[in-house]
Design a binder for this molecule. Structure first.
Ligand SMILES: [Zn+2]
Length: 385
């Protein structure tokens, strides 16, 4: 979930929250509906009634965006991706899915189901609005929902990555080129055009006196432009990490302690002198577990001399480890799963090294400073620009 968000509820394990910026939209939508839309379509309506309908419509707009995002999340989950949370913010909603689609067909269906859902809601609301002769207020709300959902579906189908339509384009370009990287570059390049289009359009509106709508349009363009650029960086980084193996950068032959060592000795002889917060525990070269500061804190100081490491360490069964042949992408995912600082590297049950988050970051930095990848990046980025 984004920072500055409030969790509202969970639907089938998916956390739903709103970002502080969403309140701005909620206020603006309620205000504009109750001061202009409803008084115009329902002549003679009282101000109180207009505000009530305005707020109700804004909540239904919230529900519409939520259903759109839930469609993404549920389809993602049915395709084996992890759907964790949905956050509604000033420009709509974001679904936080664990990991990227591994196949273009997955990306395609996960992306397209959102706009299709909005178009269906829009069509249903339109039919309801035309069928409902009375009360007139219900018909007016339904017509508003029809328009807003058709717009939502249509806007999201624009081929600007990271909009849904941009993801659809990426899936198609990925299929056509056989490369996720090339597909992303093409979708992001088209997305930048769409983003600049929004900014120019917004600017023209501002010049034409449509100050609010113009600034809004330009802000959406600005947001899309930044998000597209960030997505490309993300894919490039992931591909770099995929090529480097854990065995290439791990610290080999780590010091490990025996399970029978007393916790007091562990602190005095290993943790304090080497400034470490965790130690692997091994017996005959085989990893038996890992002991960390939080394990040690469960032992009262006066019992530390008589308590063996074995009694408090995290055991082999619930231990997250990586293999030397794993890619750094896999290692980063493993580190992120439990918010670990470091992981034991295990080959066929034997402890062969340790890998920390810092090791991975230093490797990325080193490669960037040595300019090891940029020539290749430039060569492949050019045709897409
Ligand atoms: Zn969407």
């Amino acid at each position: 979930m984004l920072g500055n968000s409030v969790r509202l509820f969970a639907i089938r394990g998916i956390e739903v929250g709103v970002h502080a910026s969403w309140l701005v939209v909620f206020g603006l939508v309620t205000w504009s509906l109750s001061t202009s839309y409803f008084p115009q379509v329902l002549r003679g309506i009282s101000p109180a009634e207009a505000w009530l309908l305005g707020a109700a419509s804004a909540i239904l707009l919230f529900a519409s965006v939520l259903v759109h995002e839930l469609a993404h999340s549920f389809v993602a989950r049915s395709r084996g991706l992890d759907a964790r949370s949905i956050t509604l913010f000033i420009f709509g909603g974001v679904s936080n899915l664990g990991g990227e689609a591994r196949r273009p067909s997955t990306e395609f269906v996960v992306a397209i189901v959102g706009p299709l859902t909005s178009l269906v809601i829009g069509a249903v609301a339109y039919l309801l609005g035309s069928a409902l002769a009375s009360p007139r207020s219900a018909a007016a709300v339904a017509s508003y929902l029809a328009v807003i959902n058709l717009l939502l579906g249509g806007f999201n189908l624009l081929p600007g990555y990271p909009l849904d339509g941009g993801r659809v384009l990426r899936a198609l370009a990925w299929t056509a080129t056989g490369s996720l990287r090339r597909g992303t570059e093409i979708a992001v390049a088209v997305g930048q055009l769409v983003a600049y289009g929004f900014m120019i359009w917004g600017f023209v509106w501002v010049l034409g006196g449509e100050l609010f709508n113009g600034i809004w349009m330009a802000a959406i363009g600005w947001f899309l432009q930044g998000a597209g650029h960030a997505s490309l960086q993300q894919v490039i980084l992931e591909q770099r990490l995929r090529r480097i193996k854990v065995g290439d950068i791990m610290r080999p032959d780590p010091t490990a302690v025996l399970p029978d060592l007393a916790v007091a000795d562990l602190i005095e002889r290993y943790l304090l002198p080497s400034n470490r917060r965790a130690m692997p525990v091994a017996e005959d070269g085989r990893l038996a577990g890992i002991i960390t500061l939080s394990d040690i804190r469960h032992v009262p100081p006066d019992e530390r001399a008589s308590t063996p490491v074995r009694a408090v360490m995290g055991g082999r069964s619930d231990l997250v480890t990586v293999k030397p042949s794993d890619s750094l992408t896999t290692a980063l995912e493993a580190l992120g799963r439990g918010d670990y600082e470091q992981l034991p590297v295990v080959d066929d049950g034997r402890l062969v090294g340790m890998l920390s988050r810092g090791d991975i970051l230093r490797q990325i930095q080193l490669r960037e400073e040595l300019d090891l990848e940029s020539s290749e990046v430039r060569a492949t980025a050019r045709p897409a620009a």
